[in-house]
Design a protein around this ligand. Structure first.
Ligand code: SF4
Ligand code: SF4
Ligand code: SF4
Length: 220
């Protein structure tokens, strides 16, 4: 569907994942691109047919951020009648938020899995029973991204803003363009000399990276 009918990934980017079945569906990796799109195959893979929608994501997507995005949606849809869904999804969202802000702790992955399993088994209706799916499927297929966030305080896709660091490399020619664009005067340096970013001042807006004509600024 993605390549033959949809024409593949735009801008020459690499395919990373597809979210199938709406906010309560699951995220499937590249290795499952040829999975038959039918009810049983999708359920077995940790996704579902749901609304039938496909959200295709490229290599610039952070899967922890994606899980947070979908859980945020289902959490706000929770009617509050039963405790597992009302409180459980809130707790899961808090953990995901911490992880994407660089405050992840050892044991968070296990805690998420435990909460997800309990919510799925005890929530009263389909919303709660399926709400943890995006978290479970990303944990299953993209666990290394969770580990990078928690253990290395690093977002491999360069999406989670609070974990980003903008750095100036030796390719800098000291033109000063970046410093003039920085809204918080975080960049300093003499003309024709390598400039530096004060990480304590940087608000991670990315304006310097866009401004540099020599591609001397990177984010990681
Ligand atoms: S599982 Fe259903 S009934 Fe329970 S709080 Fe969520 S939406 Fe309401
Ligand atoms: S990312 Fe924004 S705030 Fe940080 S150094 Fe660059 S321009 Fe300044
Ligand atoms: S814009 Fe690029 S080359 Fe110019 S000072 Fe900034 S980092 Fe260096």
């Amino acid at each position: 569907i993605i390549y033959d009918i949809g024409g593949g990934i735009t801008n020459g980017k690499k395919f990373k994942a597809v979210q199938i079945g709406g906010p309560s569906g699951g995220c499937l990796p590249e290795s499952m691109l040829d999975l038959p799109v039918d009810y049983d195959s999708l359920i077995a893979a940790g996704a579902m047919m749901g609304s039938g929608g496909l959200v295709v994501m490229d290599e610039d997507t952070c899967m922890v951020d994606v899980a947070k995005f979908f859980l945020n949606f289902t959490q706000s849809e929770s009617c509050g009648k039963c405790t597992p869904c009302r409180e459980g999804t809130k707790r899961m969202l808090e953990i995901l938020t911490r992880i994407t802000e660089g405050q992840g702790r050892e044991g968070d992955i296990e805690l998420l899995e435990n909460l997800a399993k309990n919510i799925k088994e005890t929530a009263l209706c389909g919303l709660g029973q399926t709400a943890p799916n995006p978290v479970l499927s990303t944990l299953k297929y993209f666990r290394d991204e969770y580990e990078a966030h928690i253990k290395e305080k690093r977002c491999p896709a360069g999406v989670c803003e609070k974990m980003l660091h903008y750095e100036i490399s030796d390719a800098c020619r000291g033109c000063g363009l970046c410093a003039r664009q920085c809204p918080v005067q975080a960049i300093s340096g003499s003309p024709k000399a390598k400039h530096v970013i004060d990480q304590n001042k940087c608000i991670k807006c990315g304006a310097c990276m866009t401004a540099c004509p020599f591609k001397a600024i990177s984010k990681a």
